[in-house]
Design a protein around this ligand. Structure first.
Ligand SMILES: Cc1cc2nc3c(=O)[nH]c(=O)nc-3n(C[C@H](O)[C@H](O)[C@H](O)COP(=O)(O)OP(=O)(O)OC[C@H]3O[C@@H](n4cnc5c(N)ncnc54)[C@H](O)[C@@H]3O)c2cc1C
Length: 442
């Protein structure tokens, strides 16, 4: 099956500004008002094969490269970022299974995901957040699960769930993973209830999972005991990467709504878009969007070229994109003024206020801001003291958008950069090659 392109997707979903379009802005605002899952939109995306964009070809997917997937998802997220949780939350469980699942487990997951189903990922616990080493959900020696996970994406509807549970007492090696098929769990042993509702991305399926001595079949253990946390931390890099597509989709629509408004609105005889202050705010917002796109696209290409150092790339790109998105939403909002807070009768059918809330949720989908920055800062000494020589070919592959990319190899992802970043080492030469003055900031 051929790969879906953003252009085909746009054509298929129709004009987002058409208030009667079930896949447009007005429909997204209406769903938000009702806390409603985007059933119809996601079903259409599944019919179009959109949900296969991150699945490897061996799984019957359409994945080619992360830069292509990022661009496709970004274009869908411009209408409603909820399409991402709606169709892609399983990316983390899928990546974990690619990294250490048995052939049978991979085949089963592929079967579920190809048909538009979901494999949920249950790691986070309310009491522990980013302090994963203190998580309590336990896989007992009698092979039962006990405890509670929260904010499990697609946890209410998932056909299977990948659970990270404690099997030891201390340290990162104290956690193992199991893959459970929900319809094989005996009645009453797994309670799935809606998680606390969110202010943005309303209506997406987030669950609290309560394990009541849930029996775990022998073949449910994924990989070896003790390796689950390492695998989960590696797989989170893929989520971090694709979450940027969500931020960019939101950011793109925010800037467009503000620009459209400023083009049509006049103050006196001057179009708002020409008045100095609005012009500056919109210019900076558009520049922030370009910068965010450049960071995300470089990261999406970088994961193919230097996966060993991607633990740093994912964190830094995500931070840049989240901050740039916040900044440009604020600037666009000041131009829209009152219309930035209206839930109806405003540009984009009142979508802007939803974009503001959605953006705050994307920011914490994988980790809180500080946890993200801490992981980044912790790796800086290795990077700055590393002795890896610059690799011109690697620099070219990442930053020349028409350069071919090597295949994505998740097995080469690492938890921490270990001093090997031949692209970063190429930065001084690249800066020197820039025209006078431009390279000084680097
Ligand atoms: C839409 C959505 C979908 C999600 N989907 C899933 C899912 O499918 N599966 C899943 O398992 N989880 C999921 N999550 C949970 C997500 O991973 C957590 O929200 C994320 O890890 C942040 O957790 P936290 O804010 O509770 O905790 P923390 O990151 O611990 O933050 C709490 C506070 O502690 C501070 N803090 C954290 N670490 C430190 C430190 N070392 N030193 C000082 N201060 C610190 C932070 O700055 C913050 O102020 C989802 C969340 C959302 C919003």
């Amino acid at each position: 099956m051929s790969t879906l392109t953003p252009e085909e997707l746009e054509e298929r979903l129709g004009d987002p500004a058409d208030d009667t379009n079930p896949y447009g802005f007005a429909a997204a605002v209406a769903r938000d008002e009702r806390d409603e899952f985007p059933e119809e939109l996601c079903a259409e995306l599944v019919r179009a094969g959109f949900h296969r964009n991150y699945l490897p070809k061996e799984w019957g997917g359409a994945f080619e490269s992360f830069d292509r997937s990022l661009t496709l998802v970004r274009s869908a997220a411009r209408r409603d970022v909820n399409v991402m949780p709606g169709t892609m939350f399983s990316i983390i469980a899928a990546t974990c299974l690619q990294l250490h699942g048995s052939v049978e487990q991979q085949q089963r997951a592929a079967e579920i995901l190809r048909s538009g189903g979901a494999v949920a990922f249950a790691l986070t616990e309310a009491a522990h957040g980013s302090e994963l080493l203190t998580n309590e959900v336990r896989l007992t020696p009698e092979s039962t699960l006990t405890g509670e996970k929260w904010l499990v994406g697609l946890g209410l509807r998932g056909e299977a769930v990948y659970v990270v549970a404690r099997t030891g007492e201390r340290g990162p090696g104290a956690f193992s993973a199991v893959l459970l098929e929900t319809d094989r769990i005996p009645e009453g042993r797994l309670e799935r209830v809606p998680a606390p509702r969110t202010g943005g991305m309303r209506g997406i399926d987030l669950a609290t999972l309560r394990f009541h001595d849930t029996p775990v079949p022998e073949d449910a253990l994924v990989g070896r005991r003790g390796e689950a946390l390492e695998v989960a931390v590696k797989a989170q890099q893929a989520v971090r990467l694709m979450s940027m597509a969500g931020s960019l989709g939101i950011a793109d629509t925010a800037v467009r709504i503000a620009l459209d408004f400023a083009t049509g609105r006049r103050t006196g005889r001057t179009a708002l878009v020409e008045s100095p202050w609005s012009k500056r705010e919109l210019s900076v917002a558009a520049a922030a969007l370009l910068a965010a796109d450049a960071a995300a696209l470089s990261a999406a290409r970088g994961v193919h070229v230097v996966p060993e150092a991607f633990s740093v790339w994912a964190l830094s790109a995500k931070h840049v994109v989240a901050e740039a998105t916040d900044d440009l939403i604020r600037r666009s909002g000041t131009v829209l003024a009152t219309r930035s807070v209206l839930r109806e009768g405003a540009p984009g059918a009142g979508l802007f206020q939803k974009l503001q809330r959605d953006s705050q949720v994307v920011r914490v989908i994988d980790a809180s801001t500080l946890a993200n920055l801490r992981s980044y800062a912790g790796q800086l000494p290795t990077l700055t003291e590393g002795t890896a020589p610059a690799d011109e070919d690697a620099v070219h592959s990442v930053f020349s958008l028409d350069a071919p990319l090597p295949p994505y190899e998740p097995a080469r992802l690492d938890m921490f950069a270990r001093g090997q970043d031949p692209v970063l080492a190429g930065l001084p030469d690249t800066a020197d090659a820039l025209p006078d003055g431009l390279g000084e900031a680097a």
